[in-house]
Ligand binder design. Structure first.
Ligand code: BV8
Ligand code: ZN
Length: 250
């Protein structure tokens, strides 16, 4: 791993454009459950019951109870060293684009700016009927499901399975992935598309692609290096190494 970390630090030190995709794994060390690892969310909930448009139409209360539970669990959660390290990396490059599949808002709370939330956010709600957006959507919700003024009910502004990703947000993430020198895939099992394809696109366009994950993923073979460890340890270590390379003290 050390040789890989040194190699990645050398490449990063010389990069000017960096794009990052994160998944639930970067929030794992903050105590936020992931989806597909042991005791992940999908072990205890059927995705079809809580994370599809059909579920919202069939049982809006059940969907809101699922997302209100996740918002409640976030009340005691803090960003971890991995989130802070990404915020520290950003100003070290000419351009740094952070796209996340996470809806927890922890990147923003760690100081990252212009975060591209390609799967939406727990902290916003909107109405599919009249388009009303409530941002921020207060916790706890005054009522679930929360009524919209138009007579329908609001839904969490979260991209559900089978729903298109927010066009402008995903277009910005795609543009950044297409033009970067170095891309990261951090804390994601890389099974949910089209977001999972962002680092693959970067690699196809010639970027050096780094995966950070304690486990291998379906896309590990597509990447240049896979740093096999937790983001909360690997990322701060990388920041220190890049600084040393740039200061010539490595
Ligand atoms: C769409 C809701 C079409 C919010 C989520 C090909 C192309 C396009 C679509 C598809 C396609 N193939 C299949 C599809 C359909 C589907 C899909 O991908 N299904 C999969 C499951 C097969 N995709 C969609 O439905 C997307 N929509 O394409 O619509 C369309 C197009 C145009 C017009 C109309 C329609 C929508 C996808 C978004 C769905 N919403 N969530 C929420 O509740 O959070 S997805 C859900 O999975 C979350 O967003 C989550 O972020 C995402 C990915 O999961 P991960 O983050 O990777 O989490 P996971 O548990 O899987 O893995 C955690 C990883 O962390 C592990 O690898 C673990 O080892 C690692 N880890 C653990 N600890 C650490 C760590 N890593 C680092 N450090 C640690 N400490
Ligand atoms: Zn409405």
């Amino acid at each position: 791993m050390t040789a890989d970390l040194d190699r990645v630090a050398e490449v990063l030190a010389g990069a000017s454009r960096v794009s990052v995709l994160t998944g639930s794994g970067i929030s794992a060390e903050s105590g936020v459950p992931t989806f597909r690892t042991e005791d992940g969310l999908w072990e205890n909930y059927r995705l079809e019951d809580v994370a599809t448009p059909e579920a919202v139409a069939r049982n809006p209360r059940g969907v809101w109870e699922f997302y209100e539970m996740r918002r409640a669990n976030m009340q005691a959660v803090q960003p971890n060293a991995g989130h802070f390290a990404l915020a520290e990396l950003a100003p070290m490059f000419e351009s740094f684009t952070l796209a996340t599949q996470n809806i927890d808002g922890l990147h923003q709370r760690a100081g990252s700016a212009d975060v591209l939330e390609v799967h939406g956010s727990l902290w916003r709600a909107h109405c599919d009927h009249c388009g009303r957006v409530v941002d921020p959507f207060p916790f706890p919700a005054p009522e679930i499901p929360p009524p919209c003024g138009c007579g329908e009910v609001l839904r969490p502004s979260v991209v559900l399975f089978g729903e298109a990703l927010p066009h402008d947000v995903f277009a910005a993430a795609t543009a950044a992935a297409s033009e970067c020198d170095v891309a990261f895939s951090i804390g994601t099992s890389s099974v949910v598309w089209p977001a999972a394809g962002l680092p693959v696109l970067a690699g196809e366009r010639g970027a050096f692609v780094i995966e950070i994950n304690p486990a291998a993923t379906e896309l590990t073979p597509a990447f240049d290096v896979s740093l096999r460890g937790p983001a909360g340890t690997v990322l701060p270590d990388l920041v220190r190494r890049v600084r040393r390379v740039r200061e010539g003290t490595a």
